[in-house]
Design a protein around this ligand. Structure first.
Ligand code: SF4
Ligand code: MG
Length: 323
C-alpha cells in the first residue's frame, strides 16, 4: 500500500556563526539524503544521539523549516511543493507533540480553551457541541472533564503531556510527530504515557514518527525504526529483527550500550567508546568510521548508500551489498 508519509532524499544545511571576537561561519549538514516511509497506523521510531538530525527531520517534514532538497509526500501529496492553502489543510492531519508540553501551552489559558481553540479555528463546533468535544478529548487522554476549567500549572508533567496529546488529537490527525514525548517524565509516568499513545494509535489508526534517543522506549512503542547518524539514515527495519540482530556497526554499538532488561524501564543510550560525533565536522566517507571497529580503507573515502539487506530492512554500510 502507498505509505502515509514518504520522505525521500531530504537534505538541509544550516549556516551557523560562532567564535569570539571573530565569528567564523560554518555549515552544518543537518540532513543528508534522509529517506523513510511510514504506513497508516504505524509507529516508526527515529533514533540517534543528539545532533543526528532527528528533530530537524520532523521540522522539515512539517515545513516548520524549509528543506534544501528532497521530497516529502503525505498521502500521495507533495508537501514541500504544496501552496499555503493546501498546506493548511494537510497540516490538520499532521500534528506534533513536544518533549515539554508547557512550551505549547499558554500559562494564562484554561485547558478547555486551549483545546477548544484549534476546533473553533477550523469551524469544528461551537457552544455546547464544542464543550462536548473538549470533554471527549480529555476523556480520551485519561483526564476528567473538570480539567477544562483549570490552568496548566495545576497539572503534573505527565498530565500536561496528556493535555499536549489531547491538543494534537483535536483535529483528528492521521500522523503525529512525537519529539522525545516522554524524555522529561519519570519512568513510571513514561510507561503510562506510552500505553496511552499505543491505545490511541490502535483506536484511531494513528501513525507516529516517534523521535527518541532512548532505545528502550522505541523498542517498546514502535513497530519499525530508522537509525540516524550525523544527518544520515544508517539502518532501518522492523524493531524486533533490527534490535535483535542489528546489521550496522553503529546500531550494534547502540544495542551494546543500551541493555534493556525490562521494557517498562527504558534505558537511555550511553557511549563509552569513541568521540561524541559533531555535526560541524563530520568525518569523510562513512561518518561513523572513526568509531567503527570494522572500518577499512573504503570507509574513509566513500559514503555507503542505503540499500536493502533483507526484506524490509536496509543498511548503509560497506560490509553489506556489492563491492
Ligand atoms: Fe563501519 Fe565501514 Fe560500515 Fe561505516 S561503512 S559502518 S566504517 S564498516
Ligand atoms: Mg532533538
Amino acid at each position: 500500500p502507498r505509505p502515509l508519509l514518504a520522505v525521500d532524499n531530504l537534505s538541509k544545511t544550516f549556516t551557523i556563526r560562532r567564535g569570539f571576537p571573530i565569528a567564523k561561519t560554518s555549515l552544518v549538514r543537518a540532513l543528508d539524503g534522509v529517506s523513510f516511509a511510514v504506513q497508516r497506523g504505524e509507529a516508526l521510531g527515529i533514533v540517534g544521539e543528539s545532533g543526528c538530525g532527528k528533530s530537524t527531520t520532523a521540522r522539515v517534514a512539517l515545513r516548520l523549516t524549509e528543506a534544501d532538497g528532497g521530497s516529502v509526500r503525505f498521502d500521495g501529496q507533495d508537501l514541500l511543493a504544496a501552496p499555503a492553502s493546501a498546506m493548511r489543510r494537510l497540516r490538520r492531519r499532521m500534528q506534533i507533540v513536544f518533549q515539554d508540553p508547557a512550551s505549547s501551552l499558554d500559562p494564562r489559558q484554561r485547558i478547555g480553551e486551549a483545546l477548544a481553540e484549534p476546533l473553533r479555528v477550523h469551524g469544528l463546533g461551537r457552544g455546547a457541541e464544542l464543550k462536548d468535544r473538549v470533554a471527549g478529548l480529555l476523556a480520551e487522554v485519561g483526564l476528567p472533564a473538570t480539567a477544562a476549567s483549570r490552568f496548566p500549572h495545576e497539572f503534573s508533567g505527565g498530565q500536561r503531556q496528556r493535555i499536549g496529546i489531547a491538543r494534537a488529537l483535536a483535529l483528528g490527525p492521521d500522523l503525529i510527530f512525537a519529539d522525545e514525548p516522554v524524555s522529561a517524565l519519570d519512568v513510571s509516568v513514561q510507561a503510562q504515557i506510552l500505553r496511552l499513545l499505543d491505545s490511541l494509535r490502535q483506536a484511531r489508526t494513528l501513525a507516529f514518527v516517534f523521535i527518541s534517543h532512548d532505545l528502550g522506549v522505541v523498542r517498546h512503542f514502535c513497530q519499525r525504526v530508522t537509525v540516524m547518524y550525523l544527518g544520515r539514515v544508517v539502518e532501518t527495519g522492523p524493531v524486533g529483527p533490527l534490535f535483535g540482530e542489528p546489521l550496522h556497526p553503529y546500531t550494534q554499538l547502540l544495542k551494546a550500550s543500551s541493555p534493556v532488561p525490562d521494557p517498562e524501564q527504558p534505558v537511555a543510550m550511553s557511549f563509552q567508546e569513541g568521540e561524541p560525533p559533531s555535526p560541524l565536522t563530520p568525518p569523510p566517507g562513512c561518518h561513523f568510521h572513526p568509531r567503527c571497529p570494522r572500518a577499512f580503507d573504503r570507509c574513509r573515502a566513500e559514503a555507503p548508500a542505503l540499500r536493502e539487506a533483507a526484506p524490509g530492512r536496509a543498511v548503509a554500510c560497506h560490509l553489506y551489498g556489492e563491492p
